[in-house]
Design a protein around this ligand. Structure first.
Ligand SMILES: Cc1cc2nc3c(=O)[nH]c(=O)nc-3n(C[C@H](O)[C@H](O)[C@H](O)COP(=O)(O)OP(=O)(O)OC[C@H]3O[C@@H](n4cnc5c(N)ncnc54)[C@H](O)[C@@H]3O)c2cc1C
Length: 466
């Protein structure tokens, strides 16, 4: 595996560092963007990845293990510190173990024993048993501060041009740049201009509600007994009359992550909120005032947690969802939230981004020199077919979960009581429907260790292989 390389093109036009526009050109590189064969010293297949979120990082690491050349271009200058809990399930544990990351991850993760659903007054409605982990990625594989502004795609390959003038080129481009993906928007512009973009893909992300979240300082075990336990419980508290839901998750280092979602959190007009994907500190402060009276499972109110949360550890965001129909075109393909955005609290987004990465790397690994465009197109098509059933099931489940948790009224109460008190075997059947557990075809497979064996799906079993 060669180290990620940096290639500068002396013939590029000067860069305007202040511009935030992004454009894609699907043409020959000879028109102002030379892409001569001597610029590529090795005849290796090279993947450009835009975005170092969990999808982009996992893709990069899998490519590294596959011996495929790659570079990740990330607009931020540093590794973004997550301000929310990311819960991962057994769907991604095999892969994490296969990559040799499980022991390290377990050192920084807090295993979860159960999810407890509660009423506003802390009465328990029901529980679901589970075990999750948090994610980590090793350093040194990402080029920070690379705000990708332009993509040029042609017969010879694809180039990314960044705001600071840096140019990177490769055989394919993966848009792992999140829900507001510029790679997607510009790929869609090309398709719209050609009149082949499906109507549904022109529609905006569907805004459902707001969420505010925070991560406390280390808390006193005597006052908050949950934090000292090896296995934490996730508490979901349903609002009384106002449709809010509170999530409380003990995290590593005796900290507690809290999150409140609901339309009640809007402190000014929704249309204005819709223009931004995040809110400033003043908006977060106002929202804290609105929710500080909510009861928490440890006794007292949420104010106890808010008071112990540094202000820069509190975030207010929009909760959006959307499933895109078009995932690839030419040499560009999308993964993660760039092509499917789940409501954040459904616990699906990061997992599905990782599963996208596994599927794609298994296919890239089979593309042979000289990497013809047709082989790339076939790989993208197989990737889309492979991921379609699982991502559709996940978006359906996340919508149902959101409905189950957020709805008010006696019938919603009844449904919640039913679902969270189903016999264990019925819970297992529902969970089985979502089990995919794919692994990398080119590494030794990890054997199931759970109480029940679930077939590890790779592309060989999903789409007949290549
Ligand atoms: C409160 C909350 C709780 C959640 N809980 C869970 C959970 O329990 N389980 C779960 O599975 N998921 C959860 N999620 C969802 C999960 O965090 C996301 O689905 C996941 O992080 C998406 O990953 P991604 O790599 O697709 O995109 P992102 O994480 O959005 O990464 C995109 C990256 O691309 C970069 N970028 C964007 N544009 C450019 C550009 N032009 N040039 C260069 N770089 C660019 C961005 O800076 C960013 O680093 C939660 C989300 C929230 C908000």
């Amino acid at each position: 595996m060669s180290a990620p390389s940096m290639i500068r093109s002396p013939t590029l036009p000067p860069t305007n560092n202040t511009t935030t526009s992004f454009s894609t050109t699907y043409s020959s590189f000879s028109s102002g963007y030379p892409y001569s064969s001597n610029m590529r010293e090795e005849a290796t297949f090279k993947v450009l990845i835009v975005g170092a979120g969990i999808g982009g990082l996992m893709l990069g690491y899998c490519l590294e293990r596959a011996g495929i050349d790659y570079v990740i271009l990330e607009r931020m200058n540093h590794f973004p510190v997550p301000k929310a809990t990311i819960q991962l399930t057994s769907n991604t544990l095999h892969l994490i173990e296969q990559l040799g990351l499980l022991d390290e991850i377990m050192k920084i993760a807090k295993p979860v024993s159960q999810v407890v659903l509660r009423k506003h007054n802390m009465a328990v409605i029901g529980k679901i048993d589970c075990l999750y982990v948090k994610q980590r990625m090793r350093e040194g594989c990402v080029q920070w501060g690379r705000y990708v502004l332009e993509v040029v795609s042609g017969n010879g390959g694809v180039q990314c041009r960044c705001a600071n003038g840096h140019v990177e080129q490769g055989d394919v481009l993966v848009g792992a740049d999140g829900a507001h993906s510029a790679v997607r928007q510009n790929m869609y512009k090309t398709l719209r201009d050609k009149g082949i973009l499906p109507k549904v893909d022109s529609e905006c992300l569907k805004f459902t509600q707001n969420a505010i979240m925070g991560s406390t300082e280390p808390m006193d075990e005597e006052l908050f007994p949950d934090v000292g336990k090896e296995f934490g419980d996730v508490h979901i508290v349903i609002g009384k009359e106002s449709p809010y839901t509170m999530w409380i998750t003990p995290a590593l280092g005796n900290t507690i992550n809290w999150c409140v979602t609901g339309p009640m959190l809007t402190t000014h007009r929704t249309e204005e909120n819709f223009m931004v994907s995040g809110f400033g500190p003043e908006e977060a402060e106002k929202t804290c005032q609105m929710i500080k009276h909510l009861q928490i499972p440890y006794g007292g109110t949420l104010e106890r947690l808010i008071q112990n949360t540094a202000r820069n550890n509190i975030n207010k965001i929009l909760v959006e969802e959307k499933y895109y129909k078009t995932w690839y075109y030419g040499r560009t393909v999308l993964i993660g939230e760039a092509c499917h955005k789940f409501v954040s609290f459904s616990g699906q987004g990061a997992e599905q981004a990782i599963l996208d990465a596994v599927s794609l790397v298994n296919l890239f690994h089979k593309i042979e020199h000289p990497y013809p465009l047709q082989a790339i197109t076939n790989a993208f098509e197989k990737y889309h077919l492979d991921r379609l059933p699982a991502t559709k099931a996940a978006i359906q489940t996340s919508g149902q979960l959101a409905g189950l948790i957020n709805r008010q009224g006696w019938s919603a109460d009844f449904k919640r009581k039913m679902v969270f008190n189903l016999p264990t075997w019925v819970q297992a059947v529902s969970v089985d429907k979502m089990q995919v557990r794919p692994q990398l075809d080119f590494l030794p497979l990890i054997v199931d260790r759970g109480s029940k064996s679930v077939r590890s799906l790779s592309l060989k079993s999903v789409s007949g292989g290549q």
